[in-house]
Design a protein around this ligand. Structure first.
Ligand SMILES: Nc1ncnc2c1ncn2[C@@H]1O[C@H](COP(=O)(O)OP(=O)(O)OP(=O)(O)O)[C@@H](O)[C@H]1O
Length: 269
């Protein structure tokens, strides 16, 4: 990676509730495209994103440095990081269920900024059509679109997106992947994603966490090309392999409640 990174994480260590979750994590995010953060369940991917954003729970201990461009983020409050262009789409989407789609979007407008409703509605026409619907009555996929749209209302230097396809039906996984692909043309993305088909479609670079550290980093296609490497790091076979085992803890796609069991590597288009 020769370009100057948009994000540099160096020797990041996080302890929460007596657990040493991250034990000196270092990686960079390129200033364009998608960098995917991978690893088995519970390895610390969400903890990494939350530490970058200053969202480690009270009582947790964070060490190491995080830089956005050439600026250190140490001690910066989350709201300032978000205002300055660190967009976050959390794993649980966090839409306001009792508010309408329009109200959810309004709440995301940044004071002093010009909200880019055109951009959001061009990517997600459905959000415009459903403006008066309560967010709590949207499907999981629609809520994910709202969570992403809310962040895109403002200009961002980097998006942190946590498992956007989790729990979604295969068709919706494809839609979310398409949207992220378009988004990533304009803004770099650090993506936590368990679905290898989505990773294959979107990721330029990959960082794999294991045992609290970075176990592998490099070009995503290099990782995915090496079936044995993928299996050893993630505990899963790559689709298309003759003897790919069913996904284990690392890279399983949760089966949506409303659908029958599906292939573990859900198509991303
Ligand atoms: N607030 C907390 N209190 C106690 N333990 C926590 C807390 N937050 C995270 N952990 C623990 O830290 C570890 C890493 O959690 P984290 O959510 O970062 O993993 P992850 O890689 O994102 O997992 P998944 O793929 O399942 O989403 C887990 O063992 C989790 O139980």
């Amino acid at each position: 990676m020769s370009e100057t990174p948009i994000l540099t994480v160096a020797d990041l260590s996080v302890r929460i509730a007596g657990l040493h979750i991250l034990q000196g994590v270092s990686f960079t995010v390129a200033p364009s495209g998608v960098t995917v953060l991978l690893g088995r369940n519970g390895v610390g991917k969400t903890t990494t994103l939350r530490a970058i954003l200053g969202l480690t729970p009270r009582g947790g201990e964070v060490r190491g440095t995080v830089r956005l461009g050439d600026r250190s983020l140490a001690g910066e409050p989350t709201h300032r990081l978000v205002r300055d262009g660190l967009g976050y789409v959390p794993e649980d989407r966090c839409v306001f269920a009792g508010l309408t789609v329009t109200e959810n979007l309004r709440l995301a407008e940044r004071r002093g900024g010009v909200p880019a409703y055109d951009r959001v509605f061009e990517l997600f026409p459905e959000l415009k059509r459903r403006g008066r619907q309560r967010a709590g009555s949207l499907s999981g996929g629609q809520q994910q679109m709202l969570a992403i749209g809310r962040v895109l209302l403002n200009d961002n230097r980097l998006l942190l997106v946590d498992e956007p396809t989790k729990g979604l039906a295969p068709k919706v996984v494809t839609e979310v992947a398409e949207v992220l692909e378009r988004v990533a043309v304009a803004v770099p993305v650090l993506l936590v994603e368990q679905n290898l088909a989505v990773v294959r479609r979107l990721a330029d670079d990959a960082v794999v966490l294991a045992a609290g550290r970075v176990a592998w980093s490099g070009a995503a296609d290099e990782l995915l090309r090496e079936a044995e490497l993928t299996r050893s790091l993630l505990g899963v076979g790559v689709a298309g392999e003759p003897h790919a085992p069913a996904a284990t803890a690392g890279v399983s796609q949760p089966v949506p409640a409303e659908s029958a069991p599906v292939d573990r590597e859900v198509s991303a288009g």
